[in-house]
Structure formats: structure tokens, C-alpha cells
Ligand binder design. Structure first.
Ligand code: GDP
Ligand code: MG
Length: 180
């Protein structure tokens, strides 16, 4: 019988304070959503175990920034050996969208894949449940934006419930990149 392989994948979740990074991780890993705002302190990570194929088990390590996002950048240690990143903004706050390129720049300046290519990053427009309430300002066309700035793709998400399944897709997308 063939031996099962374990792969540890480090995926970063970055973006401004309050955009919903912790909520997205919790939703994906534990299927819960909490209304209570709690800024995390220190670096945190959550683990999701996926069976990729018969030979491979993937341990997905989701790294949460914990309170340090107020400084707008992270240390190289935080970024080290990441194979994917989710760059999150809050659809109801334009300033958090404007910060997306700063986060992408920070990522690309501090880490790259082993082959020198940039770490694949997916852009997440979070809190899309608020749009139907008319609470969202017009965000520029995300398709062309994400292509222009080298994102692997983009998704509207909501940690509150709608589209929770799309998180699975996002992460699979990252994993597929990694498998190539
Ligand atoms: P972080 O600072 O990026 O980790 O953001 P948090 O995950 O702590 O979320 C900040 C606040 O936004 C909390 O009050 C959450 O309940 C709320 N929140 C997060 N995601 C969503 C979402 O998709 N929709 C709505 N309506 N609120 C959200
Ligand atoms: Mg947080």
C-alpha cells in the first residue's frame, strides 16, 4: 500500500483592521459567525485538514494577523514560507479597498515562492451581505483591477453566511496553483 503524504500549506489572510479576516477564517474552519468584535492579539492560526487525493492529506494553516494590521505591514517572519494569501477588504469601507494594494505590495516585497514567482493572492470583497442594504459605495470593477494588479482571482464573500461555500473554492484555487 502507498504511504499517505502530508502537506502543510501556509495561507496568509491580510487586510485592514475590521474587514473580517478573523470572521472569514472562523467561518471556514469552524462554520461559525460571531457578531462580537474582538481584535485579535498576537499572531493566530487555524488549521483545516483536507484530503486532497488518495495519497495526499493537506493541512491548511490559515494565518490571521492579530491586531498588527493597524501598522499596515507585517514582518518577514509572518510571511515566510507562505504558499497563498487572501487579501481582504470591506465592501462598506472604501478606505479598506484603497489599502489592498499596500497589502499586496507588502506581501510581494517580503516573500516569494521557491521558484521566485509571487505568492498567489486572491482578493476578497467581504461583507457583501451589506450591499443589498445599500450600504456599499461603488468599488471599481474588480475583474480588471484584480488582473491588473496580479491577483489570481477575486470573490465577493460574507462571513455572515451568504456564499460561505465560496471560501472553499477560493482555497482550492490557491491549492491548484500550488500543485502545478
Ligand atoms: P478583522 O479585524 O479583519 O479580523 O475583522 P473581524 O473578523 O474581527 O470582523 C470585524 C467586524 O466585522 C465584526 O464585528 C464582524 O462581526 C463583522 N463582520 C465580519 N465579516 C462580516 C460580514 O461578512 N458581514 C457583516 N455584516 N459583518 C461582518
Ligand atoms: Mg482579526
Amino acid at each position: 500500500m502507498q504511504q499517505q503524504q502530508e502537506r502543510l500549506l501556509k495561507v496568509l489572510v491580510i487586510g485592514d483592521l475590521g474587514v473580517g479576516k478573523t470572521s472569514i477564517i472562523k467561518r471556514y474552519v469552524h462554520q461559525v459567525f460571531s457578531q462580537h468584535y474582538r481584535a485579535t492579539i498576537g499572531v493566530d492560526f487555524a488549521l483545516k485538514v483536507l484530503s486532497w487525493d488518495q495519497q495526499t492529506v493537506v493541512r491548511l494553516q490559515l494565518w490571521d494577523i492579530a491586531g498588527q494590521e493597524r501598522y499596515g505591514n507585517m514582518t518577514r517572519v509572518y510571511y515566510r514560507e507562505a504558499v497563498g494569501a487572501l487579501v481582504v477588504f470591506d465592501m462598506t469601507r472604501l478606505s479598506t479597498f484603497q489599502a489592498v494594494l499596500k497589502w499586496k505590495g507588502d506581501l510581494d516585497s517580503k516573500v516569494a515562492l521557491g521558484n521566485g514567482r509571487p505568492v498567489p493572492a486572491v482578493l476578497l470583497a467581504n461583507k457583501c451581505d451589506q450591499r443589498s442594504l445599500g450600504l456599499c459605495p461603488k468599488v471599481p470593477k474588480l475583474e480588471s483591477f484584480s488582473q491588473q494588479y496580479g491577483f489570481v482571482g477575486w470573490y465577493e464573500t460574507s462571513a455572515k453566511g451568504f456564499g460561505w461555500w465560496s471560501h472553499t473554492h477560493i482555497l482550492l484555487l490557491l491549492l491548484l496553483r500550488w500543485r502545478k
